[in-house]
Design a protein around this ligand. Structure first.
Ligand code: ATP
Ligand code: MG
Length: 205
């Protein structure tokens, strides 16, 4: 057998392998026929949760969809680069307004702010004109018990059939993970902050 023959069989093998993969993928695509709103959770301790959520909102806006964003925890000192852009588009927006939970002085003020943000969220989750809702850092509201989990699940279950919802944040409650259609967990392999690099404008906020 010459080197050329060897190459041919390699190519044939590659072709056969690719054909098998394609057949499997085609079958899966043919099986996924349902169209409805998808509930996505992006959790874990690594970097990339909020950027993924805002990136998906931008993707939706790019298709002319109407979106809503509620930011549950936001550093009092930090603006959010994504929102500076998104404000120019049809995006309903609410910021809870308090700082990080470990920064704030009063639990009562936090709870009051969380309740208002939750009212805004409920309005979005029952608005048929909104195609996608991002609830950034909402997992902490459940963890700290600021918003009732049963109420959240009820609102998610009763939302418009075609509405997509994305929840981001660490330590997502098991019941929300169970309810979600898509869950991604971002794992920290490394983070610049641990090497003493402070949060950088445009990269971290
Ligand atoms: P990003 O907004 O960059 O997508 P995130 O939403 O995944 O990050 P959060 O848990 O919301 O991360 O943390 C917000 C800030 O903390 C960001 O500035 C981010 O860079 C930083 N951060 C994220 N993961 C880590 C980590 N493992 N160690 C230290 N800082 C982190
Ligand atoms: Mg985040």
């Amino acid at each position: 057998m010459t080197a050329k023959d060897n190459k041919l069989t390699d190519e044939q093998k590659h072709k056969e392998r690719q054909q098998k993969i394609k057949a499997k993928v085609d079958e899966r695509i043919a099986n996924a026929t349902e169209e409805r709103g998808v509930f996505v959770v992006i959790t874990g301790n690594g970097k990339g949760k909020s950027t993924s959520g805002f990136g998906t909102i931008l993707r939706a806006v790019g298709h002319g969809l109407k979106t809503g964003v509620v930011q549950f925890i936001k550093g009092s000192k930090w603006e959010c680069g994504e929102m500076n852009i998104l404000k120019q588009f049809p995006v309903e927006h609410w910021v809870m307004g308090t700082g990080f939970t470990w920064e704030t002085q009063s639990k009562e003020t936090d709870i009051a702010a969380a309740k208002v943000a939750w009212e805004k969220t409920k309005a979005m989750l029952s608005d048929h004109s909104i195609d996608m809702v991002l609830l950034d850092e909402m997992t902490y509201m459940v963890k700290y018990g600021y918003i009732d989990l049963d109420e959240i699940i009820e609102a998610l279950n009763n939302r418009p059939k075609m509405q997509h919802v994305i929840i981001t944040g660490r330590a997502c409650h098991r019941r929300l993970l169970e309810l979600a259609d898509t869950v991604s967990e971002v794992q920290p392999v490394k983070h610049a902050f641990k090497a003493g690099i402070k949060a950088q404008k445009g990269l971290d906020w």
